[in-house]
Design a protein around this ligand. Structure first.
Ligand SMILES: Nc1ncnc2c1ncn2[C@@H]1O[C@H](COP(=O)(O)OP(=O)(O)OP(=O)(O)O)[C@@H](O)[C@H]1O
Ligand SMILES: [Mg+2]
Length: 137
């Protein structure tokens, strides 16, 4: 079983390929249809942002494990990174309804809702890395 995949995003094909990779890995890990859809939607939003705002970047998808007190949990982790313009005001972009495009997606707040863990690191003129994980239960 493949445990990770890395897709370059520089055009719409990259967005499709990233979605597909997320679908394959989440299915392999045992996520149901609804969670698979949540994960692929989150990947779409992140890949679309890379393409729109940074022109290019990559989406890494990996199967991760967390050994806790009550056993080991498994999940799928999405790492979307680019060396684009960065996001000047992170707090502002996490407010629902804030978008600079007229897209229909739920954007970054949507990604945070769809996934369990969510983190953004971004520096103006350096780039952005967004990490989001969904745990299998
Ligand atoms: N990878 C990125 N690099 C630079 N800026 C980004 C990146 N991702 C998001 N942004 C900025 O954050 C804003 C919010 O992103 P978000 O995806 O939430 O909404 P949107 O892309 O504007 O609209 P929607 O996704 O709903 O179509 C964007 O408008 C853009 O200014
Ligand atoms: Mg967006």
């Amino acid at each position: 079983m493949e445990t990770q995949s890395c897709v370059e995003v520089k055009n719409e094909w990259g967005i499709v390929a990233a979605r597909q990779a997320g679908r394959t890995l989440s299915k392999e890990l045992g996520f149901g249809n609804v969670d698979q859809a949540r994960i692929t939607t989150a990947i779409s939003e992140l890949a679309r942002n890379i393409y729109l705002y940074a022109q290019r970047g990559e989406i890494k998808i990996e199967i991760v494990e967390d050994k806790g007190k009550f056993g080991t949990k498994k999940g799928i982790k999405i790492i979307a990174s680019d060396l684009g313009p960065g996001i000047p005001d992170l707090r502002q972009v996490m407010v629902d309804g804030f978008t600079t495009s007229s897209g229909l997606g739920a954007g970054l707040p949507g990604v945070r809702r769809l996934m369990d863990d969510f983190n953004i690191e971004s520096e103006v003129d350096k780039g952005t890395t967004i990490t989001a994980t969904k745990w299998l239960r």
